[in-house]
Design a protein around this ligand. Structure first.
Ligand SMILES: Cc1cc2nc3c(=O)[nH]c(=O)nc-3n(C[C@H](O)[C@H](O)[C@H](O)COP(=O)(O)OP(=O)(O)OC[C@H]3O[C@@H](n4cnc5c(N)ncnc54)[C@H](O)[C@@H]3O)c2cc1C
Length: 523
């Protein structure tokens, strides 16, 4: 893959017009906050998708430090019709990284807006700016002994709550569905207005981070996975740190066990006995996050055969499926819940239970326990060393939390991945009723033939899953237009009608989640 080293102009904008806009950005933000030389933009153009970096090359990158500057930026963008792509901490690895959805957009990097505005330890919430990282918040909570627990995505230490929630990401604690726990946003609209959701518009209100709905239409969701505004503040709820935390793993020998695992788990999740976002990771996810390498087991190209997976299981003690969950509360509560959980798995008659006492400091148990108790780490990046070569795309269809459905999806995904010589590296993240079936399509991006295969594979995964009535909950920027089509024409028409109303010049991240006034044609 080649690096773009020429200046990239925004779509339909002349060099002269772009130059005028850059001058205005410099006057507003200062030279140091306007990056436009190709060498300054390299870090923003690093992607993991199977296309040239040039396909997602930015035209420039801006850094802002105040809401007023963000307002000024959108005004300049409207005048000169410059598309602007906002990122918070910019670590959207496997979904597009920090690069814009389309070539020729100006990145608005909000990492310098990194104030923790408030953490209320009594009401258990935080209000933060977009550049705040999970690590920063974790340190703040610990340093001030606030007794609260965070929920975050696996790249926790370097990612942040605002960006992750804007893409409707997930974590592993009882607060793992992050958008559900979001409460109150401040958004700069395309016309420069500053809009606060929920109770945020009420003068003197102290309930902005307390009551989500406010009055009339509730619009928070409209700003996530979309391009209707730039979020400059976000509130979210925090869980009180429980006196007792009991993580555990259940290791299952056989691939077919997924049916019984899910069916035994569902009532425990729906009743709240197991309160957190449980993970059921397959052998290859487990191996990657334990930092094993494919080359140590097999040198032939193509997918890893089942015989090798079985040998890996025998050598390492890892299961075909590895379930991670936790209990939280007082000792009495945890003891009572543990009796119910242990009885359920005993009744199942299969699965080896591992507790923290058994596991000690071994990986992957250690990092899983940290994720479930809100301690940041970067252990899961080991997945990238399994095959090597830096290619990664998350294929993340939603499934019912029903064993037969999970088996059907797992078999379908595995068949398609193997057809293209790639591995099925997967985990199910278990909500009470749904599963995020998260598959890391790992490939060698430095090998053009393999990259081409990975691209064809991802297309086939989307097509074949759609035929069965499945769709993904989130996708990388290469496939956002394609996935938008899975959700039907009426939704798309409405999304574009809203876009015309709130951003008639199409300046905010055109193309994000398939919303782009310049290319959309009603079907
Ligand atoms: C090994 C590994 C494990 C991972 N595990 C998880 C996981 O457990 N859960 C998970 O959810 N993801 C996971 N990811 C994917 C991703 O890295 C995380 O979701 C990460 O939190 C997203 O990056 P970020 O928080 O920096 O968000 P950003 O990159 O800042 O934002 C994501 C997107 O949201 C939009 N956006 C961001 N900020 C704004 C704003 N202020 N206004 C308007 N739009 C905005 C933009 O379109 C942006 O591209 C994983 C990735 C890797 C490599």
């Amino acid at each position: 893959m080649t690096e773009a080293n020429e200046v990239v102009l925004p779509r339909g904008v002349s060099a002269e017009e772009f130059g005028k806009a850059l001058e205005k950005f410099r006057a507003l933000l200062g030279d140091a906050n306007v990056l436009s030389r190709p060498e300054q933009l390299v870090a923003y153009g690093k992607i993991m998708m199977p296309v040239e970096n040039a396909a997602h090359a930015p035209s420039a990158a801006l850094t802002a430090t105040t809401v007023e500057q963000v307002q000024g930026i959108v005004r300049i963008c409207n005048t000169h019709k410059i598309p602007i792509y906002a990122i918070s901490t910019g670590r959207n690895f496997g979904y597009g990284s920090a690069a814009p959805v389309q070539r020729g957009q100006v990145i608005l990097d909000l990492k310098k807006m990194n104030k923790i505005i408030k953490v209320d330890a009594e009401m258990c919430y935080a209000l933060v700016e977009p550049g705040v990282t999970f690590q920063q918040l974790y340190d703040h909570i610990n340093d001030n002994k606030l007794g609260l627990m965070l929920s975050f995505s696996a790249p926790s230490a370097i990612a942040g709550p605002v960006g992750n929630t804007m893409d409707r990401g997930v974590g592993y604690t009882p607060y793992g569905e992050h958008f559900m726990m979001q409460c109150g946003m401040e958004v700069v609209l395309a016309n420069g207005d500053v809009y606060r959701t929920g109770m945020g518009g009420v003068q003197g209100s102290n309930t902005w981070q307390i009551f989500k709905w406010g009055y009339g239409p509730t619009l928070d969701g409209m700003f996530t996975q979309s391009n209707y505004g730039i979020t400059t503040k976000m509130g979210f709820w925090l869980m009180p740190k429980p006196p007792v935390f009991k993580p555990f793993e259940v290791i299952f020998e056989n691939e077919e066990d997924i049916v019984e695992i899910v069916d035994i788990l569902r009532p425990l999740r729906i009743s709240g006995t197991i309160p957190n976002s449980v993970v059921i990771a397959n052998i290859l996810w487990e191996a990657g996050s334990a930092h094993l390498r494919r080359a140590d087991y097999i040198t032939e190209p193509g997918h890893t055969p089942d015989s090798v997976l079985r040998k890996m299981q025998d050598d390492t003690g890892m299961g075909a499926w590895n379930l991670y969950a936790a209990l939280y509360g007082t000792q009495e509560q945890v003891d009572a819940d543990w009796r119910l959980v242990a009885a359920a798995f005993r009744k199942l008659g299969k699965g080896r239970i591992v507790t923290a006492e058994d596991a000690g400091d071994t990986q992957p148990f250690k990092y899983r326990a940290e994720l479930m108790s809100g301690v940041p780490n970067l252990q899961e990046f080991g997945l990238y060393n399994w095959r090597g070569g830096g290619g990664s795309m998350w294929f993340a269809p939603v499934s019912e939390a029903r064993g037969s459905e999970c088996r059907k999806q797992a078999a379908l995904a595995k068949r398609i991945l193997h057809k293209y010589g790639l591995d099925y590296v997967a985990e199910f993240i278990v909500a009470p009723r749904d599963m995020h079936h998260v598959i890391d399509v790992l490939y060698n991006r430095t090998d053009p033939e393999e990259a081409k295969r990975a691209d064809a594979c991802f297309n086939e995964l989307l097509d074949e899953f759609e035929k069965e009535g499945y769709a993904v909950y989130r996708v990388n920027t290469r496939f956002q237009e394609r996935v938008a089509r899975s959700y039907g024409p009426v939704k798309r028409d409405l999304e574009h009608a809203i876009k015309r109303a709130v951003d008639p010049n199409n300046i905010l991240a055109p193309g994000r989640c398939g919303i782009d006034l310049a290319t959309y044609r009603k079907t």
